[in-house]
Design a protein around this ligand. Structure first.
Ligand SMILES: Cc1ncc(COP(=O)(O)O)c(C=O)c1O
Length: 473
């Protein structure tokens, strides 16, 4: 075991490693050509029989893993929807790990509980959610959707006279669940985990950009007798960035007494900036919302938030206790564990507090606007290249790109770009066509990064058309 002095040197050195790595990221190969066997060999194949000095452990880890690290924190990583981790948020997460606080309740970590209390209230304010909305700091939007839909399950069944926490779903009144045809796949997994099954979903048609068709929603709602109903809406289609007409959809759902959940993993952040706020007008009229910190707020992985307009339903679905968990006096701070799936969890609130403190209201708005502007820049420059088309209406930070209107060419271009190391964007199939999928979600991305990435894509197009080896880019 390392002593105190050794630990200090080790932690300082680890921080230096991270800082040195982050300094290289803006110019590094975005996606290393990873030889996983080399990583395996460097980590060692067998469980060691005995101990090893901490210093050697860390050195071995750095040597083995760093060459394989994907520069997701860098300015030309445009894959999935991955934010870049701001400086203060990164440092705060280091503190969270170092302090090693189990953020269950006021006894296990009063400090973590207070930080969450404040950071959660800031998020509610920033996103324009109803004052007093409850919040849980979860792992991501998947966790948020699950927690929020558990709260929904509680409330719609309680209203029907059924105690789902006590009696489960066997014999419960049937719950209808409606969701857009282009909902995120995590909604389905949440419904699986909550015992509804995916078969319960009544899919609702979406429009040309992947937002729910409110007329179709009304029709599907009216198609069967009302009872307990949950409607899942979306702010930010994972492919196109499209946001549902939340005001219209919530109004339609209210006619049937539905609980309305909004999956806003990244799109909810449109609310944090005046130029994009209109995309989510009416979102505050819903009942629950899920979003991520590790996407557009640029908090390190993992970080997400489950918000609920009905704190009592939220807690009823999540909270539990045991004799050994309560203290001798009533708590004077909100209990984080009452609003999430886990008991033991790291103090996630620290990094969120730090990102919000670092950026402030204007900094978050600027981050959202900048990313949207850069997405439009991508779209404009790419469509100027012969044979390149943008397939979606670029309303937010997502751009879908097609090459020579051909699936195989599109895949070849994506592969060329990914291998170039200049930038990294993923692929998708949307409305039956293969597409390059660009997500601009990183605080450090500049116009120069977009221009450089467009040049890399143009080179990839030439290579893909000529059949040139992608390695020669
Ligand atoms: C709309 C939407 N919902 C949910 C998720 C899942 O988020 P996470 O991976 O953070 O759980 C995503 C991820 O991209 C998303 O875009």
């Amino acid at each position: 075991m390392a002593g105190v002095t050794d630990l200090e040197t080790l932690l300082v050195d680890a921080a230096h490693h991270v800082a040195a790595y982050r300094a290289t990221v803006p110019d590094a190969t975005v996606y290393p050509q990873v030889d996983l066997d080399a990583v395996r060999a460097a980590l060692g194949h067998r469980l060691p029989d005995g101990p090893c000095p901490a210093r050697d452990v860390v050195d071995q880890l750095v040597a083995a893993v760093e060459p394989a690290v994907v520069a997701t924190t860098g300015p030309r990583y445009f894959g999935f929807v991955i934010g870049g981790a701001t400086a203060a948020a990164t440092a705060a997460d280091v503190l969270a790990v170092g302090w090693d606080q189990p953020a269950y309740n006021h006894l296990s970590s009063p400090a973590a509980a207070v930080v969450e209390e404040i950071a959660g209230a800031w998020l509610v304010d920033l996103l324009g959610l109803p004052p007093g909305a409850s919040f849980g700091f979860v792992t991501g939007a998947q966790g948020a959707n699950t927690v929020c839909l558990a709260a929904a399950r509680h409330k719609v069944l309680a209203d029907a006279g059924w105690d789902v926490e006590r009696d489960g779903l066997v014999g419960a009144p049937a719950v209808r669940v409606l969701a857009g045809a282009e909902r995120h796949a995590t909604i389905d997994r949440s419904l699986r985990l909550l015992g509804f099954g995916t078969g319960v979903i009544e899919p609702v048609d979406t429009d040309g950009n992947g937002a729910i068709d409110v007329g179709a929603l009304r029709q599907v709602l009216a198609g069967r007798p009302s009872g307990p109903v949950i409607v899942c809406l979306q702010a930010g289609n994972v492919n196109t960035g499209a946001c549902d007409d939340l005001a219209g959809a919530v109004a339609a759902a209210r006619v049937h007494g539905a609980w309305v959940h909004v999956d806003g993993a990244f799109g909810l952040w449109a609310a944090a900036s005046p130029p994009t706020r209109h995309l989510v007008t009416g979102m505050e009229t819903a009942d629950s919302w899920g979003t991520d910190g590790h996407k557009w707020l640029n908090v390190p992985y993992d970080s997400g938030y489950a918000f609920c307009a009905h704190p009592e339903a939220h807690a009823a679905a999540m909270a539990y206790t045991a004799a050994y968990l309560v203290g001798t006096a009533p708590p004077t701070v909100r209990s984080p564990g009452d609003y999430v799936l886990e008991s033991s969890r790291r103090a996630r609130g620290l990094a969120t507090w730090a990102a919000l403190r670092e950026l402030g209201r204007s900094g978050v708005a600027d981050l959202v606007d900048r990313c949207c502007g850069l997405a439009r820049r991508f779209a404009t420059q790419l469509t100027a290249i012969d044979g390149v088309t943008v397939a979606n209406d670029v309303v937010l930070n997502q751009v879908l790109v097609r090459f020579d209107d051909d699936d195989a060419t599109t895949d070849r271009v994506i592969e060329c770009v990914q291998r170039s190391g200049e930038c990294w964007m993923g692929s998708t199939t949307w409305h039956g066509r293969r597409l390059m999928r660009i997500s601009v979600s990183n605080w450090s991305t500049t116009e120069a990064d977009v221009d450089r990435s467009v040049r890399a894509i143009a080179a990839a197009v030439r290579a893909a058309r000529s059949g040139e080896s992608v390695r020669h880019l």
